[in-house]
Design a protein around this ligand. Structure first.
Ligand code: ATP
Ligand code: MG
Length: 277
């Protein structure tokens, strides 16, 4: 005899170790007794964690990932920028996200010409270009903020997630972009103290050649570089490199979580722990 569906759901909510879920019992009495003691133990653990989060300097896993990457970049001379979450349809067109592109269907529209940004790249293209033009100097900037995509809500996707995207314009010699991008990816993983990851080179329709970072086969970041097919639409003519990190994906990977929602913006969970027990 195994845990009932209701018992399983409750134990999963309380972050039970997956291997314990498959336990078998002689009869319902033994099973229910085991459920009760496990539930009590897990609820106690959850409360201890929530209590520790209420202490003054505590941060959640997602916040820790964001903080670490922000200070790593700031130490390297990057400037943090904040740009609007609402962007125009023209920006999507310039990213070549047109009716034929799969991302187009994932866009949340506010009205006929405005939408919630599905990525940070369009705004960053503009900001880095204008800073370079105005100051005639290489530019290193990054943004961390919400992006929005209609997703089928699997264990790795949310409709609203946090992206941290850094970009550098005119800092790298042509021909050295890929190597440099890989170096930055490795440095980011070192800053987060992640040893177990893979760099994967892929071809993408929006970004050309990409350098992805994967942990346990899950993509946690995508890097790209230029000169690139899209650059002329943005009037960008220098070399550039950039990586977009999925903050909640990283937090999930670092905390051994199975479902990303627990690490996202939520009124149900704090740092992966249910707040209603
Ligand atoms: P995937 O193929 O996994 O859907 P993607 O390649 O479409 O991701 P990118 O556009 O490369 O995603 O975005 C950069 C990073 O943002 C991804 O590597 C991932 O970590 C994160 N990310 C993308 N979409 C989501 C989402 N819906 N929910 C949570 N994180 C996401
Ligand atoms: Mg990607």
């Amino acid at each position: 005899m195994q845990y009932s569906n209701t018992q399983r759901e409750r134990l999963v909510q309380l972050n039970i170790d997956a291997s314990l879920l498959e336990a078998t019992f002689e009869d319902a009495e033994a099973r229910d007794a085991s459920f009760r003691s496990l539930e009590k133990e897990l609820a106690k653990k959850a409360k201890t964690h929530l209590r520790s989060l209420l202490s003054s300097d505590a941060v959640t896993g997602s916040q820790a990932v964001g903080n670490t990457l922000c200070s790593w970049l700031q130490q390297k001379g990057f400037t943090r920028v904040d740009t609007p979450t609402i962007i125009s349809d023209k920006m999507l067109d310039k990213m070549s996200i047109d009716d034929k592109h799969h991302l187009r269907e994932q866009v949340f529209w506010i009205d006929r010409h405005k939408c919630l940004r599905p990525m940070l790249a369009p705004n960053l293209y503009i900001v880095m270009r204008e800073l370079k033009k105005t100051l005639n100097t290489p530019v290193k900037i990054f943004e961390m903020g919400s992006c929005f995509r209609k997703e089928s809500q699997g264990a790795r996707h949310m409709n609203e997630f946090t992206m941290l995207n850094f970009v550098e314009l005119a800092t790298v010699k042509d021909g050295e972009q890929k190597e440099y991008l890989e170096k930055m990816a490795r440095e980011a993983m070192a800053a987060l103290k992640i040893d177990d990851y893979e760099l994967i080179i892929e071809e993408s329709t929006v970004y050309g050649t990409t350098v992805d970072i994967e942990i346990d086969g899950i993509e946690v970041a995508s890097g790209a570089y230029g000169p690139h097919e899209l650059d002329s639409a943005w009037a960008v003519f220098d070399t550039w490199v950039g990586i977009g990190f999925g903050i909640e994906r990283l937090a999930m990977a670092m905390n051994g979580g199975k479902t990303i929602k627990r690490f996202g913006r939520s009124t149900n969970y704090l740092d992966g722990v249910p707040i209603s027990l």
